[in-house]
Design a protein around this ligand. Structure first.
Ligand code: FAD
Ligand code: NA7
Length: 543
C-alpha cells in the first residue's frame, strides 16, 4: 500500500541503457525537471550491463553505435575496431553518465526494480513502486526498459537436476571463465553464434545445440586506423544525416536494385563483395533492394550463403546440420568466424529438430538418440521475450485501473511506438511498433520527441496527453501492412513474438524505416499532436 506522503517528482524514467540515460539527460539537464531513474542493474548500461558473455560484440559499426547528440563527445571519443566489444560499449555508456552528471538521478540495484506503476486519475499522477517497497509519484513515466532485455529461459525437463553451471547470456556473471570445460550452448541466434565463436577455441569441448540453423555472413571486424577515424569525424554530420534519413540506419546506402534485374555473375559479384566487406544488415539491404521483400531475390541471397557454409565447414555432416533451408528473413546475422569454429575437433553440433533434447540429467544433456552429452556448463543463448516482455513483467495500470496485460490482451499496440491509449503521460522508448534499425539513432529520435512533447505539455498547461484508440488502431494497421510486404512475416522469430511458447505472434515493429518514421513524428507534432487527446487546465496554444 502507498506511503502517506510519497515523494513526488516531475518524471520517472525506468531503465539506464541508451534510452534511459538520454531521457534523464534531456528531462533533468535540459528541461530542468525533477527526475528519478530506476534500474534493477547495479549500474548503467542496460543491454551492455547484462550481456557480458564471451564474444559479445555490436553488429552496428563502431562509429554509429553511440549517441549523436553531443558533437564534442563524437569528436573526443575513439574506437579501435570496426565493431565494439561489450566492455567498450559499457565503458562508453558509463562515461556518458558521468559526463552529464546523471548518477545523482539514478537508483540502481535489485531493490530498485520497478514492480508497479498505477495511474491515479484524481491527482493525475503515476504512482510507482519498487521491489524494495519505495513509492514515488510523478506526472510522467518514461519506460526505457529495453526491447531485448526480458530473458527467455526455457525450463527444459530435468534442468534442475543438472550438477554443472547454468548461464543465460543475458544475465552473464562478470569475468566468468569457461576455459578447458565441457560446455553446451543452446541457441543459435546472434548471441549463440557469438558465444560459440568465442568459446570454441578455449573450451575443452563445445557442443552447439541448434534448433533452427541461421544464415550468417562475416561481420568484418578489423582494426580502424587513425586516418579512417579522422575521416569519419570530419564527416560526422553528413554520416548521421544519412543514417537518420535512411531505412535501417546502419550507415550505408540501401540498394534499390532488384536482385533479378542483373545477371547471375553480377549478383554473385555483389554478394561476394558484401561478404568480403562484412555486416549483416549491409548484406541484406545494401546488396539489392528486394531481398527482404521478394522470395526469388531472397533465395538468391540465401543460396549464396548456403554455398559459403558448404565451402567453409569441412565435415559434411556438420555442414549439413549448420545449413539453413528456410527463407533468409530474420534479423540478418553476422559473425566473426562462426562456421570456421566447427572445423575444430573439440566443437560439435547437434541438430535439435532431428534429434531433440529428451531430458537434462545431473551430468548433461540427453538427446533422443540416447546419447548423453556430458557437460560442466550449459549456456542458454535462447534470446528474449522481445519488445513487450518487460512491460508485462510489471503491474502497470492506466486509467480506471486497466492492467497493461488486459489492454494488450490480443497483442501489444502503440501509437508511433511511444505511447498507448488510456495510459496518459506514459511514454515508451522502443515500445511495440517502433522502428527496426540500428537502434541508437531511433532511441535518440524517440527520446527527443518525448522530451519535446513533455516541454510542450509543461508550457501549455496540459495535464494529460495520450493517443486516441483510433490513432493506435491506425498505426497498428500501418505496421501490419508494411510487415506484410516483407518476407519476414513468413518465418517465426522474435521480430513477431514467435519465439516464446504461448506468446501470441503479432507485428512488433514499424518496418517502414527511420527516415520515414522521423517524417511521421514531425508531421504529428506539426499538426498539433495529431492522434493524441490532450487534457488541459487552459486551452493549449496549438501550433
Ligand atoms: P536496454 O539497454 O535493454 O536497457 C533497459 C534497462 O531497463 C535494463 O538495464 C533493465 O535492467 C532495465 N529494466 C527493465 N525493466 C525494469 C524494471 N521493471 N525496473 C527497473 N529496471 C528495469 N542494437 C543495435 O542497434 N546494434 C547492435 O549491434 C546491437 N547488439 C546487441 C547485442 C546484444 C547481445 C543484445 C542483447 C542487444 C543488442 N542490440 C543491438 C539491441 C540493444 O538492446 C539496443 O541497441 C540498446 O542497447 C537498447 O537500449 P535501451 O536503453 O532501449 O534498453
Ligand atoms: P534469438 O535470435 O531469439 O535466438 C535464440 C536462439 O535460441 C534461437 O536459435 C532459438 O531457436 C533458440 N531457442 C530458443 N528456445 C529454445 C528451446 N526451448 N530449445 C532450443 N533452442 C531454443 O536471440 P539472440 O539473443 O541470439 O538475439 C536476439 C537479439 O538480441 C539479436 O538481434 C541481438 O542483436 C541481440 P529457434 O530459432 O527459435 O528455433
Amino acid at each position: 500500500e502507498s506511503q502517506l506522503h510519497p515523494q513526488t517528482v516531475d518524471a520517472i524514467v525506468i531503465g539506464a541503457g541508451f534510452g534511459g540515460i538520454y531521457a534523464v539527460h534531456k528531462l533533468a539537464n535540459e528541461l530542468g525537471l525533477s527526475v528519478i531513474g530506476f534500474d534493477k542493474a547495479d549500474g548503467p548500461g542496460g543491454t551492455w550491463y547484462w550481456n557480458r558473455y564471451p564474444g559479445a560484440l555490436s553488429d552496428t559499426e563502431s562509429h554509429l553505435y553511440r549517441f549523436s547528440f553531443d558533437k564534442e563527445l563524437l569528436q573526443e571519443d575513439t574506437w579501435e575496431h570496426t565493431y565494439l566489444t561489450q566492455p567498450e560499449i559499457l565503458s562508453y555508456l558509463e562515461g556518458v553518465v558521468d559526463r552529464f552528471n546523471l548518477r545523482r538521478h539514478f537508483r540502481f540495484g535489485a531493490q530498485n526494480e520497478v514492480t508497479s506503476a498505477h495511474y491515479l486519475d484524481k491527482p493525475g499522477l503515476w504512482e510507482v513502486t519498487t521491489e524494495g517497497g519505495d513509492v514515488f509519484r510523478a506526472k510522467y513515466v518514461v519506460n526505457a526498459i529495453g526491447l531485448l532485455s526480458a530473458i527467455n529461459f526455457p525450463q527444459l525437463p530435468g534442468l534442475h537436476t543438472f550438477q554443472g553451471e547454468v548461464y543465460h547470456t543475458g544475465a552473464w556473471p562478470e569475468n566468468h571463465d569457461l576455459a578447458g570445460k565441457r560446455v553446451g550452448v543452446i541457441g543459435s541466434g546472434s548471441t549463440g553464434t557469438q558465444v560459440v565463436t568465442a568459446l570454441g577455441p578455449v573450451a575443452g569441448h563445445l557442443t552447439h545445440f541448434i534448433r533452427t540453423p541461421q544464415y550468417s555472413v562475416p561481420v568484418g571486424k578489423r582494426p580502424v586506423s587513425a586516418q579512417e577515424r579522422a575521416e569519419i569525424k570530419a564527416r560526422y554530420d553528413e554520416i548521421w544525416d544519412q543514417a537518420k534519413s535512411s531505412s535501417v540506419a546502419f550507415g550505408f546506402e540501401e540498394s534499390t536494385v532488384p536482385a533479378m534485374s542483373v545477371s547471375e555473375e553480377e549478383r554473385h559479384r555483389v554478394f561476394e563483395e558484401a561478404w568480403q566487406r562484412g555486416g549483416g544488415f549491409r548484406f541484406m539491404f545494401g546488396t539489392f533492394g528486394d531481398i527482404a521483400t521478394d522470395e526469388q531475390a531472397n533465395e538468391a541471397a540465401a543460396a549464396f550463403i548456403r554455398s559459403k557454409i558448404g565451402q567453409i565447414v569441412k565435415d559434411p555432416e556438420k555442414a549439413r546440420k549448420l545449413t539453413p533451408h528456410d527463407l533468409y528473413a530474420r534479423r540478418p546475422l553476422c559473425d566473426d568466424g562462426f562456421f570456421e569454429t566447427f572445423n575444430r575437433d573439440n566443437v560439435d553440433v547437434v541438430a535439435l529438430k532431428e534429434n531433440p533434447i529428451r531430458v537434462i540429467t545431473e551430468h548433461g544433456v540427453v538427446t533422443e538418440d540416447d546419447q548423453l552429452h556430458e557437460l560442466d556448463a550449459l549456456v542458454f543463448a535462447t534470446g528474449f521475450d522481445a519488445v513487450d516482455g518487460n512491460y508485462r513483467r510489471m503491474e502497470i495500470r492506466g486509467r480506471n485501473g486497466e492492467h497493461i496485460n488486459d489492454h494488450w490482451a490480443g497483442q501489444p499496440n502503440s501509437y508511433l511506438g511511444v505511447a498507448t491509449a488510456n495510459f496518459p503521460n506514459w511514454f515508451m522508448i522502443l515500445g511495440p511498433n517502433g522502428p527496426f534499425t540500428n537502434l541508437p539513432p531511433s532511441i535518440e529520435t524517440q527520446v527527443e520527441w518525448i522530451s519535446d512533447t513533455v516541454k510542450y505539455a509543461e508550457q501549455n498547461g496540459i495535464t494529460a496527453l495520450e493517443p486516441t484508440p483510433e490513432a493506435v488502431e491506425q498505426w497498428g494497421q500501418t505496421c501490419t501492412e508494411i510487415a506484410n510486404m516483407t518476407v519476414f512475416t513468413k518465418v517465426d522469430s522474435w521480430i513477431f513474438g514467435a519465439n516464446i511458447p504461448g506468446k501470441k505472434p503479432s507485428v512488433l515493429f514499424y518496418l517502414g524505416g527511420l527516415g520515414n518514421y522521423r517524417g511521421v513524428l514531425d508531421e504529428v507534432t506539426a499538426e498539433g499532436y495529431k492522434g493524441f487527446a490532450l487534457t488541459s487546465v487552459k486551452e493549449p496554444a496549438r501550433t
